[in-house]
Design a protein around this ligand. Sequence first.
Ligand code: NAD
Length: 362
Amino acid sequence: MKANIAVIKGDGIGPEIVDEAMKVLRAIEKKYNHQFDFTQILMGGASIDACGVPLSDEALAIAKKSDAVLLGSIGGDTNTSPWYQLPPELRPEAGLLKIRKELGLFANLRPAYLYEQLADACPIKPELIKGGFDMMIMRELTGGLYFGQRSTEMEDGQLVARDAMSYSESEIRRIAYRAFDIARLRRNKVTSVDKANVLDTSRLWRKVVNEVAVEYPDVSLEHMLVDNCAMQLVKNPQQFDVILTENMFGDILSDEASMITGSIGMLSSASLREDKFGMYEPSHGSAPDIASMDKANPIATILSAAMMLRYTFNLVDEAAAIEKAIYDVLEQGYRTVDIFAPGCQQVGCRQMGDLIVENLGD
Ligand code: NAD
């Protein structure tokens, strides 16, 4: 197949980790006879330095015309970088918010997968995670409390602040369809998380998710209250396949889920819209403390590229081949410094990319 991929290397370790992901995609291209056309665009600090804005109209237009976007990470040291002396709308993160909004990315996917080779980094007792865990958190990204009306007003001699949370049926329905579709690519189970014992938005959420579920008789659905889900994630994470939830609950639960994997350099993510288009990026930031030192772990970005193959291009075998190559490299004992354990062999960012390509085979 032929695909146009917009590539945003970004700041800090961004260029290093994206180079390794592109190296792996080139190997897939050759092995499976595809054509990936990469167009590089600027966003974040690199764009501020080059064009004075964190995302130019030209860069956005290229992203919109592409089939998918592969992103490293953006931003600098928030204490020392001059980018953070600029007004908020000109700072690196403004580029990220703008591209998400302009591309209409309403569904955020964050897998939390425990590699057995890295189980020591998991803060949960070994007896609770024997056999690992493998879940996908699906978070609604453009509605709810973070996008509702807000105000802070003086009332009866004191300040009163309000944040409104609202969801429409259509906002819930489109992400529910996505979650059920993705469950079908996995283990056919959706856990929908809400606070239906208190919130109207949650009661509507539950009603719409139940309606969508009727169309997926092969996928099992359970509802779980968010406070219980927060507990279950550390008590029995193996029970989860796809967790579907609204924006704020998803923000909190996805961070909790990534914490229990124990390794930030391994966590990929995708932001999707209704069609096949998506933006794929690691869950971590630009790690300016280790930039240009060949120390970064490129695996989260390489796994994000695998998600792109699976969810945008339907290249399921190719995605699985990348995931298997990563598993094999870990099995062979190679580790970047962030996941290093005694007895393993430490490698840099570039060598980790080379090893994954080698394990893919020709
Ligand atoms: P961070 O995720 O960049 O780093 C936190 C710690 O994890 C650091 O010690 C870093 O060295 C380490 N780390 C992160 N990724 C790693 C990797 N792949 N390999 C090895 N070690 C890794 O978080 P931060 O320091 O809070 O933020 C730095 C910058 O990144 C800030 O400007 C922040 O705004 C930005 N940021 C961007 C995104 C994004 O682009 N989506 C997300 C989060 C943070």
